[in-house]
Design a protein around this ligand. Structure first.
Ligand SMILES: Cc1cc2nc3c(=O)[nH]c(=O)nc-3n(C[C@H](O)[C@H](O)[C@H](O)COP(=O)(O)OP(=O)(O)OC[C@H]3O[C@@H](n4cnc5c(N)ncnc54)[C@H](O)[C@@H]3O)c2cc1C
Length: 377
């Protein structure tokens, strides 16, 4: 049977075993508190800077922009290890994963020189300003508007669920820069808005547990000079669609709850728990191969949108099933204040789980992409 496009089995290049060992060594000697879903909720700017010093941020960016000229598969190894350890990678995650590559692809020379070296040092964090109160799945309906001025644009509107905006040095805002026409994807533009700014109000939206990782961001006429438009005005739709391919298929879509598997495997004494762990491990391995295949396709310059959607749909459902298995077999109740790391990890994962299948595009939307790609819709 022919492999699905973008799912050609991938292998890691020689040399990555040494890289993996170096990351593990760093993690073993660096103090941090491991947590579930650490790529969203585990923000530690000092930890990000340590990764930057070791060359593990901006890995795929060219050296002339402060990056390291490494392949997406080498980056895969590094982030897989960081996620498996539950390391606090949330502060730089968005900049390293998607804004950096987006600026490299669409930015001006000046933008590349200004932002990319700082991203690679772990000194410039970005937020994604796509979703709005009435516009999530249907991004083309965004209502934030960009009004033309002599040498730039003025933005008005509200973004919501903006992860990490309170820590970010800039937000990449998707806004309507021309009136809606029959082509609803036309007339959208991406703007880089440096933070903080007096005309940008960042208000926390607290989660069930009181935790703060996402925000409402109100843009009250903030001015963006022409030099901070990303790409060509009107090309925003094409750019965000490409950005989402990076966002959807990485190991973070499988490993948000991996800490639970690790902690549980140290305790699984009875046969039922061992069977459950065996089943989860086998599925995780298959999903990991699929995620690796997508990373390989990205490395070859392909845009495996369908395969990325499939990995995210299956991976995020797997992450939730890990929680169910852990609740059944852990023998402890979720407790955020417990001295027991398993009880804490359970509590963290239970409150974060509702977001797994929503963030980055809901699973219903992803299935629509898969159906279209297979020609059945
Ligand atoms: C933890 C977390 C972090 C986030 N971080 C960010 C961020 O940093 N930046 C950002 O811009 N956004 C962020 N988001 C927002 C996220 O991208 C949106 O929540 C998501 O795209 C869904 O949009 P919505 O919430 O408006 O739901 P809606 O689009 O209103 O969807 C509601 C329901 O209807 C279903 N639905 C909608 N349209 C269709 C359709 N055509 N076919 C079938 N079903 C459909 C959806 O699947 C969903 O179940 C984050 C969300 C979460 C949970």
């Amino acid at each position: 049977m022919a492999a699905l496009p973008g799912l050609t089995p991938g292998t890691l290049p020689p040399g990555t075993a040494g890289l993996r060992a170096r990351v593990r060594e760093f993690l073993a000697e660096t103090p941090f508190t491991a947590r579930c879903d650490s790529w969203l909720t585990g923000a530690d700017p000092a930890f990000s800077r340590l990764l930057g010093e070791r060359g593990w941020l901006g890995m795929t960016l060219p050296e002339r922009y402060g990056g390291h000229g490494r392949s997406p598969l080498e980056r895969f190894v590094v982030i897989e290890e960081l996620l498996a350890a539950g390391a606090p990678v949330g502060a730089h995650w968005i900049a390293d994963r998607q804004t950096g590559p987006s600026i490299l692809a669409h930015g001006t020379e000046e933008q590349k020189r200004r932002f990319l070296p700082a991203i690679a040092r772990g000194e410039c964090f970005f937020a994604i300003g796509m979703s709005e109160p009435d516009s999530g799945s249907d991004l083309a309906s965004v209502r934030t508007r960009a009004e033309r001025e002599a040498d730039g644009w003025r933005l008005h509107g509200t973004k919501v669920w903006t992860s990490g905006a309170h820590l970010a040095h800039a937000i990449l805002v998707l806004a309507r820069s021309a009136p809606r026409s029959q082509d609803r994807h036309a007339g959208l533009t991406q703007f880089i808005v440096p933070l903080p700014d007096d005309r940008v109000a960042i208000r926390p939206i607290r989660g069930l547990s009181g935790g703060h990782h996402f925000n409402e961001v109100a843009l009250d006429g903030v001015f963006v000079p022409d030099g901070l438009v990303l790409g060509r005005p009107g090309d925003g739709w094409r750019q965000v669609t490409a950005e989402l391919a990076y966002e959807r298929s990485g190991p973070e879509r499988l490993l948000s709850t991996f800490l639970l598997i690790r902690l549980l495997s140290g305790r699984a004494a009875d046969p039922g728990a061992r069977r459950a762990l065996g089943g989860l491990t086998a599925r995780l391995w298959a999903l990991r191969q699929a995620s690796l295949a997508v990373a390989g396709a990205l490395a070859r310059g392909e845009t495996p949108e369908l395969a990325a959607a499939l990995v995210k749909d299956l991976g995020t459902r797997f992450e939730r099933e890990v929680i169910e298995a852990a609740r059944e077999h852990a023998g402890v109740e979720p407790d955020p204040g417990s001295p027991d790391p398993l009880a804490r990890a359970l509590a963290e994962s239970v409150v974060q789980a509702p977001g797994f299948t929503l963030r980055g595009g809901t699973n219903e939307i992803l299935r629509g992409i898969v159906a279209r790609g297979l020609g059945v819709r």
